[in-house]
Design a protein around this ligand. Structure first.
Ligand SMILES: NC(=O)c1ccc[n+]([C@@H]2O[C@H](COP(=O)([O-])OP(=O)(O)OC[C@H]3O[C@@H](n4cnc5c(N)ncnc54)[C@H](O)[C@@H]3O)[C@@H](O)[C@H]2O)c1
Length: 367
């Protein structure tokens, strides 16, 4: 497999990452965010686009603006420690920007894991925390291993294995392994066959999604993303048959029940425009183990895996996180592609916040 900029269609606009970052920052300042909050949100959304996960990039802005207008997303909130049990921390995101409260939750967990060897952080009630790899990378930059189990509390976009309607969210799982002097390995995926945002990107482009990812309102397989956005609604399917289904259920229980957050069921089923995430993060200092040479063992394994003879049509074997690194390099130099449907929704959201038209146009011109 080769990682190429295969997602760019001829109608897409190409935007410079730095110009886009400035635009996102100004947009949230205009909405009322503090400079720190606006910066953290811009860092996160633009990095999601740079890694190729457009589903969690600037295309989320219209949804966040709606959530703000509907009183679900609260600006300028900070994580509140609910219980401090040493190596176990329970924190509440008070429906603040996930890009802020998850950052603060990881900071607390990192400090504890460095001091105690391990820290389990239960973050509940956060507004959308976006690309989970971002949080694993924050831990990895400090030399720490981490695992993250996340639910999309109250969301019913994904059907259980054997079911025919949506019963839980796209519940992502993420794990990162830091390497000295090299980029960390970062495994980060939704437990649905495709993330909900990827169905949105396909819907905005008028494209189909891969087979096996969706069912319609009657529970029949379909490739038409309209079933996620127009009634009668269908659902996404989990990846890997019963295995993705099982992992999605564990994500829900660890993040929603264990942390004192909430799980998805009839009483909590979402009826608002916001996205609420709960996350259990287990952060470990590798130096706390009695391992003679973790690094050498890890590198020997990665090298061994990559030496496998290539199967037909494959020119490279990637470790988790490597496709994202390649895309960052490509998009930093060539620009970030944004489809016209998504871009016009972003402009409408910026206009609703009274952002000057000249400011909006400047991003397009910089592209
Ligand atoms: N906050 C939320 O509520 C929420 C919900 C669902 C998903 N998400 C996010 O959505 C994003 C996208 O999820 P997804 O399921 O579409 O991801 P995906 O299917 O693109 O899988 C990405 C993972 O697979 C690895 N990978 C991809 N191609 C590879 C290859 N050829 N060889 C080896 N490894 C490879 C990547 O490095 C990465 O770890 C994730 O960042 C996830 O955290 C967030």
């Amino acid at each position: 497999m080769t990682v190429q900029e295969s997602t760019k269609a001829s109608s897409d606009i190409l935007v410079n990452a730095q110009a886009l970052h400035g635009f996102v920052q100004r947009l949230w300042l205009k909405a009322g965010s503090s400079p720190t909050e606006a910066g953290l949100v811009a860092d996160h959304l633009v990095m999601a686009n740079l890694t190729g996960h457009d589903s969690h990039g600037v295309g989320m802005i219209p949804r966040y603006v709606k959530s703000l207008r509907d009183g679900v997303l609260a600006l300028n909130q900070h994580v509140a420690i609910v219980r401090d049990a040493g190596a176990v921390l329970t924190v509440d995101g008070v429906r603040g920007f996930g890009q802020v409260v998850a950052y603060e939750a990881m900071d607390l967990g990192i400090e504890r894991a460095k001091a105690m060897g391990i820290c389990a952080v239960g973050l509940r009630n956060a507004h959308h925390i976006g690309r989970i790899g971002h949080w694993a990378e924050q831990c990895a930059r400090q030399g720490l291993v981490s695992f993250h189990f996340v639910n999309v509390a109250g969301s019913v976009h994904v059907s259980p294995w054997g079911g025919s309607d949506g019963r839980f969210g796209t519940n992502p799982f993420c794990a990162a392994f830091p390497r000295k002097g090299k980029e960390p390995l970062v495994l980060d995926f939704a437990t649905s066959g495709i993330a909900q945002g990827k169905a949105r990107v396909a819907y905005n482009k008028g494209a189909k999604v891969a087979e096996g990812c969706l069912i319609d309102a009657q529970g029949r397989p379909t490739t038409d993303p309209r079933v996620m956005f127009e009634a009668p609604h269908g659902a996404l399917r989990t990846f890997g048959e019963h295995k993705g289904h099982g992992l999605a259920m564990m994500c829900e229980l660890f993040s929603g029940a264990l942390t004192g957050g909430y799980t998805t069921h009839a009483e909590t089923r979402v009826k608002h425009s916001g996205i609420i995430n709960c996350m259990l993060s287990v952060i470990i200092n590798p130096e706390a183990f009695d391992a003679a040479d973790t690094e050498a063992e890890a590198e020997a394994f990665i090298e061994w895996v990559k030496a496998s003879p290539r199967s037909t049509g494959t020119d490279q074997i990637f470790a988790p996180g490597e496709p994202e690194r390649l895309r960052i390099a490509q998009r930093r130099s060539a620009g970030i592609p944004i489809d016209p449907g998504t871009w016009s929704e972003i402009i409408a959201a910026a206009t609703a916040l009274d952002m000057p038209q000249s400011d909006i146009a400047s991003v397009h011109e910089a592209g």
